[in-house]
Design a protein around this ligand. Structure first.
Ligand SMILES: *[C@@H]1O[C@H](CO)[C@@H](O)[C@H](O)[C@H]1NC(C)=O
Ligand SMILES: *[C@@H]1O[C@H](CO)[C@@H](O)[C@H](O)[C@H]1NC(C)=O
Length: 560
């Protein structure tokens, strides 16, 4: 029995010390459906609450009318009304019993049961909280950054060319801009503020929003060092709020910071996205990952020329009858895509097996916990012995990979929803993780190879990106990617760095088979020379990066 240990890789390679991120709620379509169902129940309780109260109010209104009628009648009679002992009795009764009843009814809280049930539903653990709301915005910003989308389009409900028809108003644009500023995305913040400003409607409310937008624009422009624009925005801000001492003071210190006789150049238009780096320019890891996800980094036709595809038959006699369709995506390191290697009937079984078993993906670390956005998905580990379908799949994996499946981890199933992603990482374990005892069953060796099955198509986004190989695998249902994580010498191959690109629309189901090193020597013998040495410089470089990364908490891994 093995435990999930996927997190270790991340820990080592990103040095991101994350904890359970509440922020991934939005990422699971599975949970969204559940929560959406709860909201339906909440509506029913609200209806019940209204109906109960309506009934109470109707009753009270009827009493009111009754009392009024009786009084009107009395008034018509004048003082003579009380000559009648009957009327005296009626007034007394009204003032005692009847009014008491009304008071009692007014006092009782109605619909309490419905209210309590509603509250209980909304307090369920699965329900999103404020942090998760921010997580949803983070997800949106990540999509914008990775796929280089424009705030203008997103606000109109257009995501990467597809019109989803919903509109964001000014206020929502401001909320997004605030988060973008907080997460050090001044370009994105700037674009959202411009959009918020364009979307300002006439009316009282926007008298408040406008100065807020301008004040935030000041921040964004300051970070972008657009001093000329900053000066203009200050002027505008002071014009609409001339009484504000705060603005005057800020403007003054801004002018002071410019120094005497400062000559402000014309500002260059602020681009929503940093330009695509030229060949040879330094590129950050997440940036490289993003450029691969968005298709800006890809192999040239010349680089792809030697890649082959065809039917694999040599690994197992059975394959002569049912050969595997293989598409070579890279030769060194080996990366292959197999088509149609899992069946709908098997996926149906898997869906049944994983039902109610999915847990939120977490990233565990040694240092203090910080919320991390690196992995947003839900996953479940299931041992191969759980169902014969899993054993069948493993036999197929053995045929596909020519690997010994005796030492493989439990089957991992993961579900990514909108915004769901898993930042660039490597599957193999770093020695420090093994030494720290973070790897389960270390005696089985490192993860020599990975097989990643796509159990669903994804409407938009959600590819698997290998930045070092400039390869983007679009999820294709029934297909599986296979690659070697280690050099033949057993040294981890940094070029296998990969990640799950964020999902724009739809949901993604994958299955991971992580195969360990033990008992593979006849399958993948090592060379007499250490084939990892070619990339030794890369490893040194990576270690250096890791050290740097561990020193600062990387709050926003998609920073520029
Ligand atoms: C700021 O803008 C105002 C109005 O456009 C202009 O008069 C002033 O010279 C500007 N300040 C600087 C330092 O450029
Ligand atoms: C304005 O432009 C000139 C020439 O392009 C440049 O040397 C100078 O540094 C710029 N000044 C500021 C404040 O950006």
């Amino acid at each position: 029995m093995m435990f999930p240990v996927f997190s270790v890789v991340l820990l080592v390679l990103h040095q991101l010390f994350g904890s359970i991120s509440g922020a991934e709620f939005f990422s699971s379509v599975y949970e969204m459906t559940k929560v959406f169902g709860y909201e339906q129940k909440m509506l029913l309780h609200m209806q019940k609450f209204l109906a109960d109260n309506q009934e109470k109010l109707d009753f009270l209104k009827a009493r009111l009318r009754e009392f009024e009628n009786e009084r009107n009648e009395a008034r018509e009679w004048g003082a003579a009304y009380f000559d009648s002992p009957l009327n005296k009795y009626l007034l007394n009764k009204r003032l005692t019993v009847d009014w008491q009843r009304v008071e009692n009814l007014m006092e009782t809280s109605t619909g309490e049961k419905a209210l309590n049930r509603l509250k209980k539903l909304r307090n369920r653990e699965i329900m999103p909280n404020k942090g998760e709301l921010n997580g949803a915005i983070d997800g949106l910003l990540r999509l914008q950054y990775v796929y280089r989308l424009e705030a203008k389009d997103i606000a109109r409900g257009i995501l990467d060319g597809v019109d989803y028809g919903n509109q964001l108003n000014s206020e929502l644009c401001v909320d997004i801009a605030k988060l973008a500023l907080r997460d050090q995305h001044p370009r994105l913040a700037h674009s959202w503020l411009i959009e918020a400003n364009d979307r300002l409607a006439e009316g009282e409310k926007d008298k408040e929003l406008k100065p807020q937008i301008l004040a935030l624009l000041v921040q964004a422009k300051a970070e972008l060092k657009d001093f000329r624009g900053l000066n203009d925005t200050y002027q505008e801000l002071i014009k609409i709020q001339p009484a504000s001492e705060e603005h005057a003071k800020n403007y003054e210190s801004f002018l002071k910071s410019l120094g005497e006789n400062a000559l402000l150049n014309d500002s260059k238009p602020i681009l929503e996205h940093a330009p695509i780096p030229e060949e040879g320019e330094p590129v950050g890891e997440f940036q490289a990952f993003s450029l691969t996800c968005s298709g800006h980094w890809r192999l040239t036709p010349k680089e792809q020329r030697h890649l082959r595809c065809g039917y694999v038959t040599e690994t197992h006699p059975f394959l002569w009858i049912a050969p595997l369709k293989a598409e070579e995506l890279f030769q060194d390191p080996l990366l292959v895509l197999y088509h149609d290697v899992i069946y709908q009937s098997e996926i149906d079984v898997i869906r049944e097996l994983t039902k109610n078993k999915l847990t939120r993906a977490t990233i565990t670390g040694i240092n203090e916990a910080v919320v991390s956005n690196v992995r947003t998905s839900q996953f479940s580990f299931i041992p191969a012995t759980m169902h014969k379908v899993l054993a069948t799949i493993d036999q197929r994996v053995a045929d596909m990979t020519n690997m010994n499946m005796k030492y493989a981890e439990d089957h991992q199933f993961a579900n990514y929803g909108i915004g769901g992603h898993y930042g660039q990482h490597m599957d193999w374990f770093h020695q420090t993780a093994i030494d720290a005892g973070l790897v389960t069953s270390p005696e089985m060796g490192n993860r020599i190879a990975t097989v990643l099955f796509y159990l669903s198509d994804v409407a938009q986004g959600g590819g698997t990106a290998f930045p070092q190989l400039k390869q983007l695998l679009k999820p294709k249902k029934y297909a599986a990617a296979f690659w070697h994580n280690l050099h033949a010498s057993g040294v981890g191959d940094v070029r296998t760095q990969h990640g799950a690109c964020p999902i724009i629309a739809g949901s993604k189901w994958v299955q991971n088979r992580w195969i360990r090193e033990n008992d593979q020597s006849d399958r993948r013998p090592c060379e007499i020379w250490d084939d990892s040495l070619v990339t030794y410089d890369q490893i040194l470089e990576l270690n250096k990066q890791n050290e740097a990364a561990s020193k600062k908490v990387e709050q926003n891994e998609y920073s520029e």
